[in-house]
Design a protein around this ligand. Structure first.
Ligand SMILES: [Zn+2]
Length: 192
């Protein structure tokens, strides 16, 4: 007699998930990450894979979708910035606040080594026009989202969107390479 005890079907050799392949980093890449990322540069701190980052924009910035398109192209699906009209769902809120002379400020919150809890970008009420190409404030919004996504310290190069005073309307190669590197590594990856 065959007695079927359960139809649960646990395989004898459960499949063990394959660890993601971790690229071997050059000393230059490690230096780049240590200099510009969060966490004192000892660990990879970024949004977890497949994050849908819902953003509520109190400032109603008309070119926000352009800003997100630029970043989403760089992130290539690892994390996606989307606009939401529901502020209670938002992981990022863009609000006006008087910052006493500072144009924009991004506050980043994190749990462990993941950027994941709610944080807020403040942009002062009277945002100055610093975009030499004529687009209203695109550089500032692009720049602040660079902080939100994982870049702590500014780049020296004036043509970089992550320069202290951003002047460009696109994500430059240097910044792009930093983010490609950051998001190619697992969250919490130790930088030795
Ligand atoms: Zn900045």
């Amino acid at each position: 007699m065959i007695l079927y005890v359960s139809g649960c079907g646990i395989p004898l050799a459960p499949e063990i998930p394959v660890a993601p392949e971790i690229p071997v980093l050059t000393p230059e890449e490690i230096a780049l990450l240590k200099e510009h990322s969060y966490g004192g540069g000892n660990y990879v701190i970024r949004w977890p894979d497949d994050s849908i980052i819902e953003v509520y924009d109190e400032t109603n910035f008309p070119q926000l979708q352009y800003v997100f398109d630029e970043w989403n192209q760089v992130l290539d699906g690892k994390a996606v910035l989307v606009i939401t009209n529901d502020s209670s769902k938002a992981k990022v809120k863009i609000v006006f606040k008087d910052l006493e002379g500072i144009v924009g400020f991004a506050g980043v919150g994190m749990t462990g080594k993941m950027i994941e809890n709610e944080f807020i970008t403040f942009l002062s009420d009277g945002i100055v026009e610093i975009d030499k190409n004529g687009g209203f404030n695109v550089p500032i919004y692009l720049h602040e989202f660079g902080h939100i996504l994982g870049c702590l310290r500014h780049f020296e190069d004036e043509e970089s969107i992550m320069a202290k005073v951003p002047l460009v309307r696109h994500i430059d190669e240097q910044t792009k390479n930093f983010f490609l590197l950051l998001y190619s590594l697992p969250v919490g990856y130790r930088l030795l």
